[in-house]
Design a protein around this ligand. Structure first.
Ligand SMILES: Nc1ncnc2c1ncn2[C@@H]1O[C@H](COP(=O)(O)OP(=O)(O)OP(=O)(O)O)[C@@H](O)[C@H]1O
Ligand SMILES: [Mg+2]
Length: 262
């Protein structure tokens, strides 16, 4: 059974159909890439899955439960994590504290509330230690020691992207949605991220849905690829099959180049 099942999902804004009957199933422990030109509806798909947008029609089923129409925080609490195309972190907080905020979903006693800490005594203290330990593991996993105690706003862009990935991991998702995880990264950072994504799948067993423009990364890491164009899925399948699909070449390179290549 698919861990995440999207069935005939459509999203209409006024007169614009941003998603047109999109269906997609994610197998547990797989990496699926969503590609397509700018404005194709990729981020809209993520917003519909995570509850930021209420789809116009169709359904999203996560672990057998229909989730469309549910509030974003409830969907997140079921084990669906995400990162954003434009980094959404607290710039004036350290990497450590940003990741601790990711633990918020799992907290029974607010760790930032001193009064709770003292009232509940050792239970809160034990919980805080466990959360910090979890965050330290993620910091090690993503090689973020150098950034651990620094303000996120002062870190290089590529490192901020990694911190955002770390915060998403801190929520301990079963399915993780990444919106352009390597955009703006240099070659070395991209290389590292590629390895981490494979490790996230292999070692942590997390199912990934990744929006990405970098074709080399898509071809290298994905088990499945879906291509969107003007909200419509125009190709779906194994990376090698999708890569040379005539509709895909047309959407990416324009009509003439396909005619020329034929
Ligand atoms: N809240 C909204 N209200 C109105 N139109 C929207 C809204 N969100 C997205 N759109 C429109 O839906 C279409 C798809 O946008 P979306 O951001 O999903 O594209 P994308 O594939 O993520 O593009 P990019 O590669 O540039 O990030 C665009 O035409 C966009 O203007
Ligand atoms: Mg987008």
């Amino acid at each position: 059974m698919a861990i995440l099942d999207i069935d005939n999902l459509s999203m209409v804004f006024g007169g614009l159909t941003a998603l047109d009957k999109v269906s997609l199933s994610l197998e547990k422990g797989s990496i699926t890439a969503v590609i397509g030109p700018n404005g194709a509806g990729k981020t809209t798909l993520f917003n519909c899955i995570t509850g930021l947008y209420k789809p116009s029609s169709g359904s999203v089923t996560f672990k057998g439960k229909r989730i469309n129409g549910m509030k974003p925080y409830k969907i997140a609490a079921l084990g669906l994590g995400r990162t954003f195309q434009n980094i959404e972190l607290f710039n004036k907080m350290s990497t450590m504290d940003n990741l601790l905020l990711g633990r918020h979903l799992h907290m029974h006693t607010g760790i930032f509330s001193g009064s709770t800490f003292f009232r509940r005594g050792s239970r809160a203290a034990a919980e805080e230690i466990a959360h910090r330990q979890k965050v330290e593991e993620i910091i090690d996993f993503l090689d973020l020691q150098h950034a651990r105690d620094r303000f996120v706003g002062g870190l290089p862009y590529g490192t901020q992207k990694v911190v955002e990935l770390g915060r998403a991991l801190a929520t301990e998702p079963e399915v993780l949605l990444l919106d352009e995880p390597v955009a703006g990264m240099n070659m070395e950072e991209k290389q590292d991220l590629m390895i981490w994504l494979s490790d996230i799948k292999e070692e942590l067993g997390i199912t990934l849905l990744v929006i990405e423009h970098d074709m080399r990364l898509v071809m290298e890491i994905s088990d499945e690829v879906m291509v969107l164009n003007y909200g419509e899925p125009i190709a779906q399948g194994k990376p090698e099959d999708v890569q040379n699909h005539p509709e895909v070449l047309k959407a990416y390179l324009g009509e003439d180049s396909v005619a020329g290549a034929a």
